[in-house]
Design a protein around this ligand. Structure first.
Ligand code: IDP
Ligand code: MG
Length: 139
């Protein structure tokens, strides 16, 4: 199936709230195909490495401890225009600013605990997918 990829995580708040299923349903309804998926808990070191681009931001410490506070679901998604279309499906970083019907509007608790991650470029989608998945784990 043609199309490019994006990378997502269902973050600890959404896992804790039992929203893995509803979020995966929104992803499938949005026309995304799941190419890879795993359920795991990041160590603080792994979360710090994943979010290294945000090292200088004031919320980095909070983000790293939050993202290692419980299990997450990581997945690679495929669709035409995957990165932009997925950002549209998840909505703004701050759920109070997210459009109605978006995943963050429906499921996020706060700007930090905002239910899901979505890649911001094709380049980062590939870097992030490679961080979590070997070639053998991608279909
Ligand atoms: P994005 O996830 O919408 O791409 P980024 O700016 O890349 O947003 O920020 C990465 C993550 O850092 C966010 O998803 C959120 O969990 C957290 N974050 C962003 N801004 C803030 C903030 O102002 N306070 C606390 N956490 C934040
Ligand atoms: Mg981002």
């Amino acid at each position: 199936m043609a199309g490019n990829i994006t990378f997502t995580m269902v973050k600890p708040d959404a896992v804790e709230a039992n929203n893995i299923g509803p979020i995966l349903a929104k992803i499938n309804q949005g026309g995304f195909r799941i190419l890879a998926m795993k359920y795991l808990r990041l160590t603080p070191e792994q979360a710090g490495q994943f979010y290294a681009v945000h090292k200088e931001r004031p919320f980095y410490g909070e983000l790293v401890s939050y993202m290692s506070s419980g299990p997450i679901v990581a997945a690679v998604l495929q669709k035409d225009n995957a990165v932009a279309d997925y950002r549209k499906l998840i909505g703004a970083t701050d759920p109070t600013k997210a459009e109605e019907g978006t995943i963050r509007k429906l499921f996020a608790k706060s700007i930090a605990a905002n239910a899901v991650h979505g890649s911001d470029s094709d380049e980062n989608a590939n870097i992030e997918a490679d961080f979590f998945f070997s070639k053998l784990e991608r279909f």
